[in-house]
Design a protein around this ligand. Structure first.
Ligand code: PLP
Length: 458
């Protein structure tokens, strides 16, 4: 094996972190985001050798160079087999245009891919006999369930989820409150912002210093690396690998973690023709790519694709970093990225709710393909790109479907007349018993609950 890949901060103030240390640290001490110090080469010969492999096998091959000094091959292989025990279907929609369905995991969103692997990695880093590691997460819906599912039953780990009682759907709530065991859910009588503020206070509260608190949010490097695997997997399934045929990927984007996974694969050598960066009406990034000027959208705009309602993407600093620029955590651009190279690799477009709806309706009417709002933004953006003259109209292309249509039953019924069948993971929820505590938006009661459950006196 060559030297291990280490991790450094986008703010330049931290480097030389092993994967394990970066996983447990989350955000770098200088408030930057961890990035690999170099990229493992993914050569054509290697790709040819991977054709026909299963998803867990591809995950092992892609993650191995990053994980080698932390997990031996046998351990990593077991984690990949265990994390990816569900289907990853690729649907052919038109002759050369495909849909990569990342919606078959236990919470029916693509976040399962990253959360499940991160859960297993962090679970292996906790030593028996240590005090438990408490993963504290504030969620507006989807992240909480993916994280809770990912860590459920992992020895040495406790999970506490804060969610806004009135802002999550019944199904989203049940996905978190029916797990039990090491997962504790608190329903906050407030907004998502309140939950986030309460969690932030807990992280920086010296009175909770005896509790090993960690966040598992989307800026953790453990959420990023696994998201480069499915780009490689789709490529191996669809492209003429021996000829090095390039592929277009369309990525419905909010916090840009999904896209960053793709950019890591590109940097390693995956032949990607272009990433179509698809946003909803929160169009701060398409504007930035067009003008070079970055302005956040505050407050973010409310759109159908609600997991993408982001006015300042937390992973944008990573995109800027990959193109030689520097953006800090507040969104201030200290050094611009190389816009020529950035535009060579990415093409960004904003799709509004009206086009999202008409895309869902037309895909069903014309192709019998069932989309949901997030995937529809990606699909519409891919259509725009293929019609733009930037690429031949029949270029090999893949659009990512990031959630299962059954998560949005009313909208899908209205637009298509179809009642999307529940995937087994969601169907099983209906019969399960819920358990959660309600709390207000004051911090002190939360602190007491954390200290009582996980502190020394417990
Ligand atoms: C989180 C999410 C997205 C956005 O992914 P980012 O990595 O934040 O860009 C898109 N679709 C769904 C369904 C999501 O849950």
């Amino acid at each position: 094996m060559t030297d291990p890949i280490l991790f450094r901060s986008t703010n330049g103030g931290a480097g030389g972190y092993s994967l394990g240390r970066a996983l447990l640290t989350g955000q770098a001490p200088d408030r930057g985001l961890f990035m690999p110090e170099r990229f493992p080469p993914l050569t054509r010969a290697q790709l040819v050798g991977m054709v026909g492999k299963s998803y867990p096998q591809v995950a092992f091959a892609v993650l191995r160079p990053y994980a080698a000094d932390q997990f031996d091959d046998e351990t990593l292989r077991a984690m990949c087999d265990d994390a990816y025990d569900y289907e990853v279907p690729i649907e052919r929609v038109e002759r050369r245009r495909h849909l990569l369905r990342l919606d078959m995991g236990p919470t029916a969103s693509f976040k399962d891919f990253a959360a499940r692997m991160m859960g297993r990695m962090i679970g292996r880093l906790v030593r028996p006999g240590d005090s438990p590691l408490v993963v504290l997460t504030a969620t507006s819906g989807d992240t909480g369930s993916a994280v809770a599912q990912a860590f459920a039953g992992v020895p040495g780990i406790e999970v506490m989820v804060l969610f806004p009682i009135a802002e999550v759907s019944d199904r989203q709530r049940k996905q978190m409150t029916t797990i039990g065991g090491n997962v504790c859910t608190l329903a906050v009588e407030g907004k998502f912002d309140d939950c986030q503020a309460m969690a932030k206070r807990a992280f920086s509260d010296p009175r909770l210093a005896e509790v090993r608190l960690t966040s598992a949010n989307s800026i953790n490097i453990g959420r990023l690396l696994p998201q480069s695997v499915y780009y490689v997997y789709a490529y191996l399934r669809l492209a003429d690998v021996a000829a090095g045929e390039p592929v277009v990927f369309s990525v419905p984007s909010g916090n840009f973690g999904d896209l960053c996974g793709g950019l890591l694969a590109l940097r390693a050598g995956l032949p990607v023709r272009r990433f179509v960066v698809a946003t909803n009406a929160n169009d701060e990034v398409p504007r930035f790519f067009a003008t070079g000027r970055y302005e956040k959208i505050v407050p973010s705009r409310v759109c159908l694709s609600n997991a993408m309602n982001v006015g300042h993407p937390s992973n944008l600093a990573r995109v800027v970093d990959l193109y030689g620029g520097h953006m800090d955590e507040a969104g201030t651009l200290h050094r611009p990225p190389d816009m020529t190279r950035l535009r060579h690799d990415m093409w960004a477009v904003s799709i509004d709710d009206e086009e999202t709806r008409s895309t869902i309706a037309a895909a069903w009417r014309e192709k019998r393909v069932l989309l949901e709002p997030h995937g529809a933004v990606g699909w519409a953006a891919l259509g725009r790109f293929c019609a733009s003259g930037e690429v031949e109209p029949d270029a090999l292309a893949v659009s990512l479907e990031t959630a299962h249509p059954a998560k949005f039953p009313e909208q899908i019924r209205d637009l298509t007349g179809v009642d999307p069948a529940l995937p087994p993971a969601l169907a099983a929820l209906e019969a399960k018993a819920e358990s959660y505590e309600r709390i207000g938006v004051d911090y002190e009661p939360l602190r007491e609950i954390i200290a009582a459950r996980y502190g020394r006196g417990r």
